[in-house]
Design a binder for this molecule. Structure first.
Ligand SMILES: O=C(O)CCC(=O)C(=O)O
Ligand SMILES: [Fe+2]
Length: 211
């Protein structure tokens, strides 16, 4: 187990199939087939059964900034426990540093406009969201299905776009090597044009979550 909500390139690349985006501005990885289709289908069913409008920290006045729906996944559910076990095996992050897993559902026309997952230092909500658990360290995201059209995740600064693919994981470090937040992680969950998009998001913190 690594310390303080940290994963590392070395740890991630020790799993067969993990690929790192070759760009010094960001630590960004993908792993195809991280979850098998059966587990993805179970997680989709959970998201369908229990969802609410998604929210954002540091509200910016744009009511259409994040138009998806969110599911707070029950940590006691067997499929969610399996998901958590897969994550720790891959990333070596002590689960105590993780926020609870969420599912996100995007219908046609829904998106999450360009944003970073870290809380803006000095921003209004920084104290509110970071005083206990600290800043977000790593993001792990898993696509649960193939979308008929649209719904890619675009990292504009580094020029990398990921297409949704059943069971594919994408993960990145939200900070630079010196520990400061990395604006090059800016990413856009682009509009779904046809079909419905389902993803899992898992965020880790620099301190124990403990809520
Ligand atoms: O849905 C996506 O492609 C991106 C989701 C995302 O960035 C987030 O939930 O923070
Ligand atoms: Fe994000």
């Amino acid at each position: 187990m690594l310390e303080n909500g940290e994963s590392s390139a070395t740890r991630l690349l020790s799993t067969n199939g993990v690929q790192q985006v070759p760009n010094p501005k960001i630590e960004l990885f993908q792993l195809r087939g991280f979850l098998e289709p059966e587990l993805c289908a179970e997680l989709i069913a959970l998201i369908e059964a229990n969802r609410r409008p998604s929210t954002i920290a540091d509200a910016n006045g744009d009511a259409y900034f994040r138009t998806s729906e969110t599911c707070d996944l029950d940590p006691a559910n067997p499929s969610v426990r399996e998901l958590e076990a897969r994550l720790v095996a891959l990333n070596g992050i002590d689960p105590a540093f993780g926020e609870p897993c969420q599912g996100q559902r995007y219908d046609v026309g829904q998106e999450f406009k360009p944003h970073t997952d870290y809380f803006a230092p000095g921003g209004e909500d920084y104290v509110k969201y970071c005083s206990v658990a600290g800043q977000r360290s790593w993001t792990f995201m898993i696509y649960l299905n193939e979308v008929e059209a649209g719904g890619a995740t675009r990292f504009k600064v580094v020029g990398k776009t990921f297409q949704p693919e059943t069971g594919k994981l994408v993960c990145w470090n939200n900070r630079r090597p010196d520990g400061s937040v990395n604006p090059n992680t800016l990413h856009h969950g682009m509009k779904v044009r046809k079909g419905i998009k389902y993803v899992i998001t898992k965020w880790y913190r620099e301190k124990e979550w403990g809520w």
